[in-house]
Design a protein around this ligand. Structure first.
Ligand SMILES: [Zn+2]
Ligand SMILES: [Zn+2]
Length: 246
């Protein structure tokens, strides 16, 4: 038997009612789903998205974390799903909140659409790269031309993978290691890096390479910081090649 919602007059099935009202009217008058304002920052350079204090590479992870901030009351056993719909070309940003629940013994999805506040910006990492900000120079040098040709791309991709594994330990992109600039040299290449500590870790990893001969460290005074202390830029030079030649 169908009934009518006393508020909007819509015909409703028994299983679609909450306290005799249609779900829509009941939701309008009662805050069952409590959704805090969803505000994200979109990096226009790398397309990563920041929500709360974290940067995300994919929407699924953000959606899962947004769901954790949503509260549901008055209805039992609810599961919360969030679907973001971010249209950066049309500047149209919404989120569909789906609460899966059981009302009068029937599974029911309650949906609510909310606006998402999007701020477009450049993340710390991208602005460093754009501004060529670096603290450390890593010089990769080969003492043998033939070896350089073979090894150079290998060492480069090794650096990439070491960098990625060092960075995967931290969720904070600004504390990670990035290559902000690359310069080709006659006997190797230079990488400009933004994290001294991780650059040193990287050097230690590289030294395990069987063709690694040695490395040396030098410091250049670059100026004074706000507190008047001297600031230095560190250069690591890692030498690869035939051991008998050096
Ligand atoms: Zn109604
Ligand atoms: Zn970025």
């Amino acid at each position: 038997m169908n009934r009518f919602c006393p508020k909007c007059g819509k015909e409703i099935k028994e299983e679609e009612m909450i306290n005799n009202f249609c779900i829509n009217c009941y939701l309008k008058d009662n805050d069952i789903i409590i959704i805090p304002e969803i505000e994200i920052i979109f990096c226009v350079k790398c397309n990563r998205i920041r929500y709360t204090n974290k940067w995300y590479d994919n929407l699924e992870d953000i959606e899962r974390d947004i769901a954790k901030h949503i509260k549901v009351k008055d209805i039992p056993k609810s599961k919360i799903l969030v679907k973001l719909d971010l249209d950066f070309e049309k500047n149209n940003y919404t989120a569909k909140i789906i609460v899966k629940t059981i009302i009068s013994g029937t599974f029911k999805n309650i949906e609510k659409d909310v606006d998402v506040v999007v701020k477009k910006d450049t993340c710390v990492v991208c602005s460093r790269i754009a501004g060529n900000y670096y603290t450390t120079i890593l010089q990769i040098r080969f003492n043998d031309k033939k070896l350089q040709k073979i090894l150079s791309p290998k060492i480069y991709s090794e650096i990439e993978s070491i960098k990625n594994s060092l960075n995967s330990r931290s969720a904070k992109p600004s504390a990670n290691l990035h290559i902000v600039k690359e310069v080709k040299q006659k006997t190797g290449f230079d990488l400009y890096l933004d994290n001294l500590k991780l650059a040193y870790n990287l050097v230690q990893h590289l030294m395990k390479h069987k063709t690694a001969i040695n490395f040396n460290t030098s410091k250049t005074l670059v100026g004074l910081n706000k507190e008047g202390q001297r600031t230095y830029r560190t250069t690591f030079a890692v030498h690869f090649g035939n051991k008998e030649k050096s």
